[in-house]
Design a protein around this ligand. Structure first.
Ligand SMILES: *[C@@H]1O[C@H](CO)[C@@H](O)[C@H](O)[C@H]1NC(C)=O
Length: 152
């Protein structure tokens, strides 16, 4: 009786394991890159900031926000290696302040290429040639970076 029960439990455990490990697979989905603990996608298309924002949302993600030094250097080196150029981030002016709009946090001053205008309709893009962010009107069409958390 006890033996039979153990056998049944053992078989159940073996059957359940692959399903569980698939569901809880850590890392990033195909086409997303693991950088500094987050998953990023670099769709090679040029969109206004608003359309880039929507595009990332449709992919279940948000425009990238750069909070840590590891994210800053990791993103720039990935871009430089693969498809150098300029990319929208989630940074934009809101009521005269620069914010990562995806998280509401303020942007690191040291990573700006110049003192940016805080006028309305200014958005921040990453430039892999200067390793800085720069401001320009959000209606420009620029490539962009989408970000989402790792699967757990
Ligand atoms: C970005 O900010 C600078 C400095 O305030 C300003 O002179 C410039 O016009 C802005 N760039 C664009 C493209 O709007």
């Amino acid at each position: 009786m006890m033996r039979g029960l153990l056998l049944v439990l053992g078989v159940l455990a073996v059957l359940a394991t692959p399903a569980l490990s698939v569901r809880s697979k850590r890392g990033c989905d195909g086409g997303w890159f693991l950088i500094a603990g987050n998953c990023y996608k670099f769709p090679q298309i040029y969109l206004t900031w608003d359309n880039a924002f929507d595009h990332c949302e449709r992919l279940g993600s948000q425009l990238a926000s750069v909070h840590t030094h590891a994210e800053y250097t990791g993103l720039l080196s990935h871009i430089n290696k693969n498809y150098g150029g300029t990319y929208w981030t989630s940074g934009a002016t809101e009521n005269g302040r620069w914010l990562w709009t995806a998280t509401g946090k303020s942007m690191n001053r040291a990573w700006w290429g110049r003192n940016p205008s805080t006028a309305d309709n200014q958005c921040a893009y990453f430039c892999s040639y200067t390793n800085k962010y720069w401001n320009k009107s959000c209606s420009n069409k620029v490539r962009f970076i989408c970000q989402k958390p790792q699967n757990w």
